[in-house]
Design a binder for this molecule. Structure first.
Ligand SMILES: Nc1nc2c(ncn2[C@@H]2O[C@H](COP(=O)(O)OP(=O)(O)OP(=O)(O)O)[C@@H](O)[C@H]2O)c(=O)[nH]1
Length: 379
């Protein structure tokens, strides 16, 4: 069986190692403020763990040292929470700041004032455990209730803090309701529990950061930087996500090409042409439903995939888009420019026809539209 000193020592060493990892991460990505919060959280708990190596049950320590340890652990929990808020890009409301200050200060005040009012060390510890429970619940709520991002790794952190919350609540309950004294055995279990759980938390943070960076990279690789629409690579991923399993569901493709774009470039310059492309993409997105897919297919050519849409509905959509572009001039650097679009429409003959073939037919229809005088829709 491992003795308390060895367990406390390993707790300090593992926290020191995580500090080193987070320091490197934070220094490499200084703009990511959440990494600094989490580094602070680990540092505070490292200092707390160092202080506890002297007396892991924290019962015979002088009150001032106990106060410091409780404060450090509360700071660590609060920084975990604030780091999460920064991670999700959220600001701190005044009520949340007040709540966190209360959580940090309460156990410290209990340590300071407790002896004056003959409050036992056990009761003071239970106040700390109650505050720690509240802080852990705040972290879990931040992740689970808000569900701001679809990251699997955040579930690891939420589970770890749920276990912390239950552990803290259990400890507070035991201290309040029973005569339980913090024995060597209790301290041993607590340190092992904390050791395992803290690994889940810190590895979870690193995984959250990595998972999000991965998703962002994939998003960038799939997206056209100028318009924010999918690029040719992205459509493969977008199509894979679509529910096309039902053979009855009709899918249509539209291929649109802005008319005389070369002239627009000649008039406004390349940057002006870029601005036209951006505005067009914005207007297109405003007309689309959630499941529709828009792709920048080439320079001024756009592919639109409409699911659960018949060819008549797709034709009507194309006509609506054409009129919307024609009717409202594009304003570029205070200059109003009339823009028109030609669109070819085709329905994918499912299940035998491939997307490429249907796009080929939409391209033929687009050619027809250009050939017939532009600013029109052809099937
Ligand atoms: N500003 C800008 N221009 C682009 C971009 N990609 C392609 N172009 C320009 O778009 C123009 C396309 O010209 P064309 O293919 O001749 O077609 P068009 O002038 O639109 O004529 P029609 O399609 O026949 O109506 C070319 O001048 C390209 O340089 C881009 O990302 N930004």
């Amino acid at each position: 069986m491992l003795d308390l000193t060895t367990l406390s020592f390993s707790s300090v060493v593992s926290r020191a190692a995580y500090c080193a990892v987070f320091l490197v991460l934070a220094l490499r990505q200084r703009e990511k403020s959440y990494l600094w919060h989490w580094l602070g959280a680990i540092l505070a708990s490292l200092l707390g763990a160092i202080m506890l190596t002297r007396e892991p049950t924290n019962l015979t320590l002088p009150m001032l040292e106990s106060m410091l340890i409780f404060t450090l652990y509360m700071i660590s929990l609060v920084l975990s929470w604030s780091g999460l808020r920064r991670f999700y890009g959220l600001h701190f409301h005044t009520y949340a700041i007040v709540a966190t200050i209360i959580l940090i200060v309460t156990p410290a005040l209990a340590c300071l004032l407790g002896p004056w009012f003959n409050v036992s060390k056990t009761a003071i510890s239970s106040i700390y455990f109650l505050c720690a429970t509240a802080a852990s619940i705040m972290v879990v709520a931040e992740i689970l209730i808000a569900r701001r991002e679809d990251l699997w790794s955040q579930i690891v952190v939420a589970v770890a803090f749920s276990i912390y919350a239950m552990g803290f609540a259990f400890s507070a309950g035991m201290l309040i309701l029973t005569d339980l004294q913090i024995s060597t055995e209790t301290a041993r279990v607590t340190i092992i529990f904390d050791q395992v759980n803290s690994v889940l938390v810190y590895v979870g943070y690193v995984a959250m950061s990595g998972e999000r960076a991965n998703l962002q990279l994939r998003h960038q690789a799939d997206t056209d930087a100028l318009t924010g629409l999918f690029n040719r690579r992205g459509i493969q991923h977008a199509l894979a996500k679509l529910d096309l399993k039902h053979p009855e569901s009709t899918v249509c493709v539209l291929l649109g090409d802005l008319d005389h774009f070369k002239k627009i470039n000649d008039t406004l310059g390349h940057e002006g042409g870029d601005a036209v492309l951006k505005i067009f993409a914005k207007r297109l997105k405003n007309l689309m439903r959630r499941d529709d897919i828009a792709v920048r297919w080439g320079g001024e050519e756009f592919l639109i995939v409409l699911t659960h849409t018949t060819i008549d509905e797709a034709g009507a959509f194309a006509e609506r888009l054409r009129r919307h572009i024609e009717s409202e001039p594009f304003v570029i650097a205070s200059q109003a420019i009339n823009v028109t679009i030609s669109i070819g429409v085709a329905e994918i003959e499912r299940p035998q026809e491939t997307f490429d073939k249907a796009i080929g037919r939409a391209d033929d229809a687009l050619y027809q539209a250009k050939h017939n005088g532009r600013n029109r829709v052809c099937r």
